[in-house]
Design a binder for this molecule. Structure first.
Ligand code: PBG
Length: 361
């Protein structure tokens, strides 16, 4: 007899999802005794046999804040989203709390006049991010607040790191990121999420936070973050525009620090290092084009694993639904439940409030 469970145990954990499929195949009968459609014939049995569940508990709401007085400045490449004033962000946090959304990820649109090559505005304890975090915490104390640790919203060249002789200066950047994480945590951030992809930053940030008395602050590492075309609309949203061509090795792109989209073993190495350095949660980004990475990371490490449905994924769904080519509500829920099926524990998404409404209905 085929002892699938034995085989499953004997093989590396990373193959578990595939093997589950093999096992199910071997246990299913043959037509006509077996008719898989019996299990699909109506809603109650489909619900009863559903293998994964998407719920509001899985959502982290990605939103962009700005410093101005205008409550909402629409982002044209991401229809239905807007940059929010600090006041509007506080209302959004309240709305998240009412909808039961566990956490919000905040991204800043920094006034271009405040940007420079060093991104020093990132360390301003009275700057936009810290002000937004304080206002949101105040308005909705039950909602977890996640902040982006990276310099790109603050640098005039748009890179996530500092440039030295036209190259990214990894270790100098890490020192600034540690300070940024501490400043944001002081303002009330619950999760710091380094999205910069510098080497060694998770360990340095953990040590820095611990040294400052913040041993309970969570770190969600953008562990496997790819150099991707799907971040396009985000550049408009946060106003980071075209990358400066200062970086000789990578004029105009982030390929010397973000991962090559062809790689998967490398993602496992990145995740392993970040866990060893103290990451509590790890992320794969972008989301839908990288579901294989989500599945592999979750199967291999079994740690809390998140996927970021990025700006370009949002924009694609919106563009198609606005043209009447896709049904919006179904496309949103199907895309989000795909992350759960792949093994993600949660999803960072601009659709969070809409999805929460749909799931609550
Ligand atoms: C950069 C950062 C990016 C996003 C979040 N943090 C863009 C990039 O790496 O160029 C992308 C988010 C999105 O596209 O929705 N630190």
């Amino acid at each position: 007899m085929f002892q699938a469970d034995r085989v499953t145990e004997a093989l590396p954990r990373m193959y578990a999802p595939q093997l589950r499929t093999v096992r199910m195949k071997s246990y299913s009968g043959r037509y006509p005794a077996a008719r898989p459609r019996r299990l699909r014939q109506n809603n109650w049995v489909r619900r009863l046999t559903r293998e994964t569940q998407l719920s509001v508990d899985d959502l982290i709401w990605a939103l962009v804040v700005h410093e101005g007085a205008e409550d909402e400045i629409p982002v044209s490449a991401m229809p239905g989203t807007a940059r929010l004033s600090v006041r509007a962000a506080a209302s959004a946090a309240k709305r998240a709390q009412e909808l039961g959304i566990p956490a919000i990820a905040v991204f800043p649109f920094i006034d271009p006049a405040k940007k420079d090559a060093s991104g020093r505005e990132a360390l301003n304890a009275n700057g936009l991010v810290c002000n937004a975090v304080r206002a949101m915490k105040d308005a909705a104390p039950e909602v977890g607040l996640m902040v982006d640790v990276a310099l790109d919203p603050f640098t005039d060249h748009g890179h996530d790191g500092l440039l030295k002789d036209g190259r990214i200066a990894n270790d100098e950047t890490v020192k600034v990121l540690v300070e940024q994480a501490i400043v944001q945590t002081r303002a009330g951030a619950d999760i710091v999420a380094p999205s910069d992809m510098m080497d060694g930053r998770i360990g340095a940030i953990r040590a820095g936070l611990d040294g400052a008395g913040f041993q309970d602050t969570l770190i969600m590492s953008y562990a496997a973050k790819y150099a991707s075309a799907f971040y396009g609309p985000y550049r408009e949203a946060i106003g980071s525009g075209k990358l400066g061509s200062g970086a000789a090795a990578n004029p105009g792109d982030k390929r010397t620090y973000q991962m090559d989209s062809a790689n998967t073993d490398e993602a496992l190495r990145e995740v392993a290092m970040d866990i060893a350095e103290g990451a509590d949660m790890v992320m794969v980004k972008p989301g839908m084009p990288y579901l294989d990475i989500v599945a592999r990371v979750k199967a291999e490490f079994g740690v809390p694993t998140y996927a970021f449905q990025v700006s370009g994924e949002y924009a694609m769904i919106k563009a198609a639904t606005q043209n009447g080519w896709l049904d919006e509500n179904r496309a949103i829920l199907e895309s989000l439940s795909a992350f759960k099926r792949a093994g993600a524990d949660g999803i960072i998404t601009y659709f969070a409030p809409k999805a929460a409404e749909l799931l609550g209905a």
